[in-house]
Design a protein around this ligand. Structure first.
Ligand code: SAM
Length: 232
């Protein structure tokens, strides 16, 4: 079982995501476990504050070190092996291979920033890894942490009913997935690629690889180039 602990000022923003579908079932079947810690419950500030203006100037407030540090110390005391991940736009890009790697851990603590982010000393002192989910700024780390948790959970054994679907997805073999179709064969005058209907699986698989190459080259030329270079 993989345990996720989210360190967040807004657990209620996240809870609903785990109430339905695949992740709800994974929790019920004890493949994953989810819990939350709110740094506000650890603050020693007499007004219950968890943020302060930036030293040296700058717009907005930063999360102060003490509440997050105390939250993490308390967690680490009972779970010293836990792997601590911070979500931040200045982290390394989160990729599918990270999702697969992190799925093998036993406990992931994912720290969500708010305001203009977190005092850098907290990250220096406690982070095992620092991830960004893309080149844009969110209002908080909760959505980013859910993205990471969802992508990691799919790779935990037993979470997906059909594990074959994991190997056929985009980014496996560095290609985007080929176009896919379901019933009916014709919908609003648009037909399924005729070869797909003939049932010759080796031909279909060749065709899918060709289409996956085209899609990757068109939408993600940098991924295509890297894939081609690696194959040489
Ligand atoms: N001042 C920060 C900057 O310019 O890099 C942005 C802070 S953002 C408004 C607040 C929090 O949202 C961050 O601490 C982080 O936890 C989260 N966040 C925002 N964008 C993110 C992204 N692309 N990836 C991961 N986390 C992100």
């Amino acid at each position: 079982m993989l345990r996720f602990t989210f360190v967040t000022l807004f657990p209620e923003l996240m809870e609903g995501y785990f109430s339905r579908s695949i992740l709800a079932r994974a929790i019920k079947e004890e493949k994953i476990r989810i819990d939350f810690r709110n740094p506000r419950e650890y603050t020693k500030d007499k007004f219950n504050r968890v943020d302060a203006p930036m030293i040296g100037g700058g717009a907005g407030m930063l999360m102060t070190p003490q509440p997050i540090m105390d939250t993490l110390h308390a967690l680490k005391e009972t779970s010293p092996e836990a792997h601590v991940v911070f979500m931040t736009p200045v982290g390394k890009p989160f990729r599918q291979h990270d999702a697969k790697r992190l799925a093998k851990k036993s406990h992931l603590i994912i720290v969500c920033g708010r305001y203009e982010g977190i005092d850098e000393r907290v990250i220096e002192a406690t982070a095992d890894e620092v991830f960004s989910i893309g080149d844009y700024i969110l209002t908080g780390g909760e959505l980013a942490a859910l993205v990471v948790c969802d992508a990691v959970s799919r790779n935990v054994e037993g979470v997906l009913g059909n594990s074959a679907s994991l190997n056929e997805e985009s980014f496996e073999s560095r290609l985007l997935e080929a176009p896919a179709f379901t019933k009916p064969d014709i919908y609003e005058n648009r037909t399924v690629i005729s070869e797909f209907l003939k049932g010759n699986h080796s031909k279909i698989s060749d065709l899918k690889r060709g289409l996956a190459l085209c899609k990757t080259k068109y939408f993600r030329p940098e991924l295509y180039k890297k894939g081609m270079a690696d194959e040489k």
